[in-house]
Every structure is written in C-alpha cells, then in structure tokens.
Design a protein around this ligand. Structure first.
Ligand code: AMP
Length: 282
C-alpha cells in the first residue's frame, strides 16, 4: 500500500492512473476503522482499478464543544486493516496541508444541511461539504463510497456533486451492524460496558417504527410515539435529539407516511452521541 501525505503528490498520482485509463474508487474516512469502513473499501475494490482511502479527522466539521481532540485515532491499526483489504493508496494529509494559513473558502449545501443532525451541530455539514470538495479535487475519483449510516451526509454529498457539476459517481453502501443491531461507529469506542448494551435501544426503536409501518400504521405521530416510548424506557439515554419519520429525499417530516420513508434518530447515551436510520421502501 502506497502512503501519500502531500496533496500535490496525491493529485499527480491520481492523474497518472486516470491517464492510463484506470478508474479510481475513493473512500473518505476519519479513521479508527471498523467493518463499516472496510465494507466500503471492498465494494470500491470490486468496482475500480485503484482504491484510495483517506484518513483525515476534519476539524472543520466539529463544533467548539465537540470531540475533535478526543476523537479515536489508531493509525497503526488502520494501516494494517487497509493493507489486509488490498487498498492501493492511503491518503493521509496533515491538517496544515488541508487548511493552510489564510484558508477562507467553504462550501455549503443550503436547506438539507440545517435539518436532523444539522440542527444540533451547526456548521457540521459545511465542514463536511468543504472537506469532501477538497478531497474530491485532490483525489479526482471516478466513484466515491459512503455509508448509509450517515444518510443525511449521503444526500448532501449527492446534492453537492450535482450542483457543482462534479463528474463523480456517489455510491451509498448499507449500514454494517454489530450482531445485536448496533450500527458500527468509531464513536462506539467511547461506550463503557453498560452503555454499550444500552446503545442498541436506538436500532430497536427504529425497528419498532419499521414494524409499525409494515403493520399499516401511517400517522407520523403514532410511529414517532412507538419509537420514543422505546428510547425513553432506557435510563442511560440522556438526550433524544431527533427521532422521527422523514421523506428520504428532502428530509421533511410528513404527517402521513407514504413509502419510501426514512426512519432516523440521534440520541445520547451518557455523553456519547449515536445516530442510526432505516429506509422503508415501497
Ligand atoms: P467516518 O470515518 O465516520 O467519517 O466514516 C467514513 C465513511 O464510513 C462514511 O461514509 C460513513 O458513512 C461510513 N460508515 C461509518 N460507519 C459505517 C457503518 N456502520 N456501515 C457502513 N458505513 C459506515
């Protein structure tokens, strides 16, 4: 596996591959890699000649009181996992190379960025859209791979690529879960044993919402009620930021559910923020 740290070198390397007619699959990550990340790498490897993975904990997408400094980092472990998967290139830029002194341009996808997670993390999706734009410009991928676990992020990136005429195919891959249903996340490392057990409550609530819809319930308030009852029965849940039924295209909350529909939620277990979602299709 080739390790590239300098954006200019990454750009030149990509150009060389593209000139030779090779497709480039790109998996952007913040590291502390788990099976969720590796599933994206595997799909990219199947669909492209070259797979580039980036690891960059992006300061721009963390709020001032969020966990940028304590976000899990494990470069040695990550390298080993990526090597095992047959990753061709690991792009590992320094903060100073991505945001050099004087950096003053940001990218914002209006509307979508203010709902759900955006309402609780002001500026988060501006940080995401900005870094993804920069990484796309540096890596020049043919296809880029994102997880459905961050559903709102996939919508925002698809919008960004369409609005700014980027010639990149966005591929969304299914959420990889632990055997008890908990969506894999680097932040799960923050959970102690009791919290880890309690954390499954979010997926249980989403599943109950899914069952309610399958059963024929169509009123949003009723479906929401079913889901909220489950999360509020767990004493280690310290906050329910949002948990509802959404239109999967614009993230509006319909009063009456019409499939396809998105069930999505964000809760805190202790001080750890967890998100998850399920898509109920037609
Ligand atoms: P992150 O390192 O959290 O920024 O995630 C990097 C990429 O991996 C994003 O596209 C995430 O949506 C994706 N990802 C994270 N967790 C999972 C998961 N459990 N299943 C599938 N994809 C995931």
């Amino acid at each position: 596996m080739e390790i590239i740290r300098i954006p200019r070198v990454m750009r030149e390397t990509s150009k060389g591959h593209l000139l030779h007619g090779r497709s480039i699959g790109f998996v952007p990550t913040m590291g502390a890699l788990h099976e969720g990340h590796l599933s994206l790498v595997r799909v990219s490897k199947q669909e492209n000649n070259i797979t580039v993975v980036s690891i960059f904990v992006n300061p721009l997408q963390f709020g001032p009181s969020e966990d940028y400094n304590k976000y899990p980092r494990d470069i040695e472990g990550d390298m080993e996992k990526l090597e095992k998967e047959g990753t061709d290139i690991l792009f590992l830029p320094e903060k100073e190379h991505i945001y050099p002194e004087g950096f003053s341009t940001t990218v914002e996808v209006q509307g979508l960025s203010n709902r759900l997670c955006g309402a609780f993390r002001p500026g988060h999706f501006r940080g995401v859209a900005t870094v993804v734009t920069k990484l796309f410009n540096i890596v020049s991928p043919t296809r880029a791979y994102f997880g459905q676990k961050d559903y709102q992020q996939t919508l925002i990136i698809k919008r960004l690529v369409q609005d700014l005429d980027m010639d990149i195919e966005i591929v969304v891959c299914p959420t990889v879960r632990e055997s008890d249903g908990l969506a894999m996340s680097s932040r799960n490392l923050y959970l102690n044993e009791r919290e880890r057990t309690a954390a499954t409550v979010l997926y249980k609530a989403l599943q109950a919402g899914y069952e309610a819809i399958k059963f024929g319930i169509i009123e949003k308030e009723k479906i929401k009620g079913v889901m909220h009852e489950i999360v509020s029965s767990e004493p280690l849940v310290t906050e329910v930021q949002y948990l509802s039924v959404y239109d999967p295209l614009d993230l509006e909350e319909p009063d009456v559910v019409k499939k396809p529909v998105l069930l999505a939620g964000a809760i805190k277990i202790g001080s750890t923020r967890l998100i998850d979602n399920i898509l109920v299709d037609g």
